[in-house]
Design a protein around this ligand. Structure first.
Ligand code: HEM
Ligand SMILES: *[C@@H]1O[C@H](CO)[C@@H](O)[C@H](O)[C@H]1NC(C)=O
Ligand SMILES: *[C@@H]1O[C@H](CO)[C@@H](O)[C@H](O)[C@H]1NC(C)=O
Length: 503
């Protein structure tokens, strides 16, 4: 045997032994925590990365293992560990301790830059201080006119499906309704009937999400240097151009308009119209902040606006879908919701005001119950940038942690033996159900959703418009789920509508 072959083999063996020792050391940190059987080096990659249907199966199985053992679970993607948990106390500690996210989130950064969802910890800390106060109740109240107009239009569209078979309500209607609504409120439009979502924008938006998901599912293209060589990357860049172009164009226009109104205000000495005062697009709020704070750059404003649009679009559309699905198979719940609407609106189909929203208590319980069982974002990730001792184990620095919202919502330990049953009444019982840290649809702790009030107001408005006029019929036993980052239905034709007979 030539000497070089000998030396090369020796080197290879050394490297393998070294890697193996490193791996052993990494794995020993999680000794005693349940995991799937491991292969050397690749860990569980072959078991857990597959299509969204498989990911869903694993998520559900891991949730049960965690519940049964009262313990977290660890998944190994090669040398990287992901610790999965939904224990309410641990979730509280983790989400309050860590604001850093693992590198998977950087897949969205071509599009969303340093917006709140994808920003690294330090950048997030700086920006959240400015943005935390932006989605106040009064800002959201200013959006009700748009919410009502969009809800009304959705009902008119759904009426065209009356008397027909089950249809794909998300892709045919809801996705568009929510994207249009969120764009109108995030970017601002002068007239409510004006549409800003073109087919080009809509397609680019959906394609971008799809490309991010495809990348997340394929470890081979996780490193940036490799991803940049793929056709997927080039397509992503093209789609992002379309999306950025829209936010940029609107932003320029708004800046100009703001300058103009300032001038005319100065000239008219506060004789401006009062009616324009209430609606304030998210973009306008950010541009005002940008005027007084140079650290909030135009680029950053655009990233925040794009982030809001992504954050609110599919989440709200899916919540509407799962709620319609539940209502359609629980006539008792749907009737009770209708009765509540009757008690508020009588026979009137007037727009819904903020007072009306606060009276829709049962409707809110319905939404909470939907989000508990079908969290549109079934899990979020955090990165441990230091050791964190918890009640039964310590999370070592460098661990990626998956907070399992799906598991939390279905935990019998927390919600009782009827955890898997859809029962909105549980939210209205004296004690309130579950416990803090177990309702995770909006995440929890320091990096939780900032759009909750917005989401609730929009969901209630749309559902009220729908249930006042229509009745849903569905068969959720055909519902098959998958996890494409978001929790999605595999096939969509599950819902039918009937015109409501006024009783
Ligand atoms: C039912 C609807 C919604 C659900 C279930 C939902 C869920 C979530 C979740 C789970 C997170 C945490 C993400 C993570 O840590 O990776 C989040 C963050 C966020 N959401 Fe929502 N969301 C909803 C609606 C909205 C809406 C309507 C908006 C905006 C109008 C919005 C804006 C955001 C933003 C900006 C963040 C990032 C917060 C931060 O990191 O500081 N969300 N949302
Ligand atoms: C950007 O948008 C403007 C106006 O909507 C359009 O005229 C222009 O062609 C767009 N540019 C790109 C690169 O898409
Ligand atoms: C719905 O859940 C939220 C927690 O996110 C809670 O504050 C609210 O009171 C719940 N609503 C009802 C009607 O129980």
């Amino acid at each position: 045997m030539p000497l070089w072959v000998y030396i090369a083999s020796l080197l290879v063996v050394c490297v393998c032994v070294y890697l193996w020792v490193l791996e052993r050391r990494a794995r020993s940190k999680f000794a005693g925590i349940p995991t799937y059987p491991l292969l050397p080096f690749i860990g569980n990659v072959h078991q857990v990365l597959g299509d969204g249907k498989q990911v869903f199966q694993h998520m559900d199985r891991i949730s049960r293992i965690c519940d049964d053992n009262m313990s977290p679970f660890v998944v190994w993607l090669g040398p990287c560990s992901i610790l999965v948990t939904h224990d309410p106390d641990d979730v509280k500690s983790i989400t309050n301790a860590f604001v850093e996210k693992p590198y998977y989130y950087s897949f969205g950064r071509i599009w969303l830059g340093d917006g709140l969802v994808t920003a690294p910890g330090v950048v997030w800390k700086h920006n959240i201080k400015k943005l935390a106060g932006t989605f106040t109740s009064s800002v959201v109240d200013g959006y009700l006119e748009i919410f009502n107009a969009q809800a009304h239009r959705l009902v008119e569209n759904l009426k065209t499906e009356v008397g027909k078979g089950p249809f794909d309500v998300i892709h045919k209607y809801l996705a568009y309704t929510t994207l249009e609504t969120i764009c109108q409120t995030a970017l601002g439009v002068s007239m409510i009937s004006e549409s800003i979502v073109t087919t080009e924008y809509y397609d680019a938006f959906n394609r971008c999400l799809e490309l991010i998901i495809m990348r997340a599912m394929n470890v081979l293209v996780h490193p940036d240097c490799i991803y940049r060589l793929t056709p997927a990357y080039r397509e992503m860049v093209k789609c992002v151009e379309v999306l950025h172009n829209v936010s940029d164009t609107v932003m320029k226009k708004r800046k100009q308009e703001q300058k103009d109104t300032k001038k005319s205000k100065a000239e008219n000495n506060n004789n401006g119209k009062a009616s324009a005062a209430k609606f304030k697009a998210f973009l306008d709020i950010l541009l005002e902040l940008h005027e007084t704070d140079a650290t909030l750059t135009e680029q950053q404003v655009r990233s925040e606006v794009d982030t809001i649009i992504v954050g609110g679009q599919e989440t709200v559309a899916s919540t509407l879908f799962y709620t319609m699905l539940m209502l359609g198979s629980k006539p008792r719940v749907q009737d009770k919701m209708y009765a509540e609407l009757r008690s508020i609106f009588g026979d009137s189909s007037s727009p819904i005001s903020k007072e009306d929203l606060s009276r829709m208590v049962y409707c809110e319980a319905i939404i909470n119950e939907t989000l508990r069982l079908y969290p549109p974002v079934p899990g979020v990730l955090r990165y441990a940038d230091r050791d964190l001792p918890l009640k039964s184990y310590t999370i070592p620095k460098g661990t990626a942690i998956a907070i399992n919202s799906w598991g939390a919502g279905r935990s019998e330990r927390v919600w009782g033996p009827d955890a898997k049953e859809y029962r909105p009444e549980r939210w209205l019982e004296d004690q309130g159900p579950g416990q803090p840290g177990a309702f995770l649809a909006f995440s929890y702790g320091r990096r939780a959703c900032i759009g909750k009030k917005y989401a609730m107001a929009l969901l209630k408005t749309v559902l009220a418009h729908c249930v006042r006029e229509l009745e849903f019929v569905s068969d959720p036993s055909n519902l098959e789920l998958k996890v494409d980052i978001a929790l999605r239905a595999v096939a969509g034709n599950l819902i039918q509508v009937k015109l409501r007979e006024r009783k």
